[in-house]
Design a protein. Structure first.
Length: 550
């Protein structure tokens, strides 16, 4: 810890990221925690360990360190009396991405995370202070490139898979590109890794994972929950988008033993939106990532279990209960199921698409995609709100954005407020009644050929990346013939299956909510409402089942 000195000054507050608790708030916490004396050099939280306690500093100072003990160790913050340690992992149960080291002896208060969640419910003001700080600190870690490191080639599909998984789950990480960073190969040699074994993930500066699966990475940082033999949950929610997370929050707050599974991350497609501006209660809008983080914290606060990534591959029965089977062969047994797997964006029917999907074609527009096309011209395909939001977001990073849509007018399928902003954007060109016919380039995309549907004229437009938002197909392939689906593959519910319950599927005790349901409104707000409604129907099903068994 030679780089850490007792003279390190406290980090100034950044819009609530490093608040100082009031005396009254500390008093509240004193009744829930344990006072502990500290000495210089004591490690309160170690990188990679579970975050099970909130530490409030009563006396002394504590440094937050990245890469503790390694050659690239750096201090990223110093906390003093009245401040507290921890970031988003404190509320979600993830592993710590930094180490907390005492630099000036004193005293701390250790409060169990479970007690903190209870107190936050009783004292909203304290809860708001902690929540805001944790969210902002996670954003700071993401911006600093703290946490784990991914090393690989930009041309590798597995490198892109790992980066997208980390980005979607807001896992702090740094990216080292073998194609650009002159020190990358030397780093691999030092670690005893051959270039063909990349991508690798470096954790805690020393642990090396060679091309790990998403599930292995999820376990590493504490996202994955394994099935407990013989345990039967009240409810398993398949899909962690707005509908699924709403179901989890309402179920857990009602006292049900609920577990949420998702193949990728919380938030679903909504989490990839740069800003949602028509969601009730957020007049200035909210980013999809922040909405997902808040939903995750809320679900965990009430005791819901979250397992990521956990891809459902089948729905079966085990006696009177349901069984959700995972891709690794394991399964979760439960008394009721809510299916909220949503839909996935469709792919363009254009030659060489699969080739460029490895490097230059995207189905989401988040900061990680934006960074990859900084200062370059890009193309966006689609005429709905997702395409409009992506266009506006990318226009802040790309040199030019070409929006290609088949419709004659932006407002044909897009909200007016988005269309108006796009029309006013100086670096956005809208190509109406047009479609992409060709992708041009070697390893990476260089341009796209766009055809005017009216005149048949074709033009080649320079574009280093292509973002596709052309509608979606329901994620129901894993269900096989277990449930009734409509002609489009969406799950039938309610009267269409003979059930009196609006969201119940053709199998009693299995409900569908959100975009995956036939006839849904396919809006964030309606998905949240359906998730909440599904839980009420779950309660009715459980009561009827219990009454029948007695």
């Amino acid at each position: 810890m030679s780089a850490i000195t007792a003279q390190a000054s406290e980090t100034p507050d950044s819009y609530g990221a490093f608040p100082r608790l009031t005396d009254d708030q500390v008093e509240l916490l004193l009744d829930r925690g344990e006072r502990r004396r500290t000495r210089a050099g004591d490690v309160l939280v170690r990188e990679g360990a579970d975050s099970s306690e909130l530490f409030v500093i009563l006396q002394g100072r504590v440094a937050i360190v990245e890469g503790s003990g390694g050659p690239e160790e750096r201090v990223i913050g110093v906390h003093g009396p009245g401040q507290f340690l921890g970031e988003l992992n404190l509320l979600t149960g993830q592993a710590s991405f930094t180490t907390a080291v005492v630099t000036e002896p004193g005293e701390v208060l250790a409060v169990p995370a479970a007690s903190l969640r209870e107190l936050a419910c009783q004292d909203p003001a304290l809860g708001d202070v902690v929540l805001r700080a944790c969210l902002l600190r996670r954003s700071l870690l993401l911006g600093l490139g703290s946490g784990l490191r991914i090393v690989g080639s930009r041309y590798s599909p597995d490198s892109r898979r790992l980066r997208e998984f980390a980005a979607r789950n807001r896992i702090p990480h740094a990216w080292t590109d073998l194609e650009e960073d002159d020190t990358a190969e030397a780093l691999l040699r030092e670690l005893g890794v051959a270039p063909e074994e990349a991508p690798i993930v470096i954790w805690r500066g020393q642990q090396v994972l060679r091309n790990p699966t998403n599930a292995e990475l999820g376990r590493l940082v504490g996202l994955r929950t394994e099935p407990s033999p013989g345990k039967v949950c009240d409810l398993v929610v398949v899909g962690a988008g707005p509908a699924g997370m709403a179901a989890a929050v309402y179920a857990a707050s009602d006292g049900l033993d609920a577990l949420v599974l998702d193949a990728i991350a919380t938030g679903g497609q909504a989490a990839t939106a740069s800003r949602i501006e028509n969601y009730l209660g957020f007049p200035e809008g909210i980013s999809g990532a922040e909405l997902a983080d808040r939903a995750l914290i809320q679900a965990r606060k009430f005791g819901a279990g979250i397992s990521l990534p956990a891809e459902a591959t089948g729905l079966g029965r085990r006696g009177a209960n349901h069984l959700v089977v995972l891709d690794d062969g394991e399964g979760f047994e439960c008394r009721a199921v809510v299916i909220a797997t949503g839909a996935r964006y469709r792919r363009l029917d254009v030659p060489r698409l699969e080739e460029f999907e490895k490097t230059s074609v995207y189905y989401a527009a988040t900061p990680i995609e934006a960074q990859s096309c900084m200062g370059d011209p890009v193309a966006v395909v689609g005429g709905g709100n997702s395409a409009g939001q992506a266009t506006l977001f990318l226009s802040r990073y790309a040199r030019n954005v070409y929006l290609v849509l088949r419709e004659d007018e932006l407002t044909a399928n897009m909200s007016r407020y988005l269309a108006d902003r796009i029309e006013r954007s100086a670096n956005v060109d809208v190509l109406r009644h047009s479609e992409i016919r060709e992708l041009v380039g070697d390893k990476e995309l260089e341009s796209v050929v766009v055809e005017d549907d009216r005149t048949g004229e074709r033009n080649e437009i320079t574009a280093r990346a292509l973002f596709v938002f052309i509608g979606a197909d329901p994620c129901t392939g894993w269900l096989g013939d277990e449930l009734e689906l409509d002609d489009g593959g969406y799950i039938r519910t309610g009267a269409a299956t003979g059930s009196a319950a609006l969201l119940e599927t053709s199998r009693p005790g299995v409900f569908a909510a959100g975009d995956v349901r036939s006839g849904s409104a396919q809006r964030v707000a309606s998905a949240v409402g359906e998730g909440a409604m599904a839980v009420r129907l779950v309660h009715e099903h459980l009561r009827q089942t219990y009454a029948a068994s007695t």
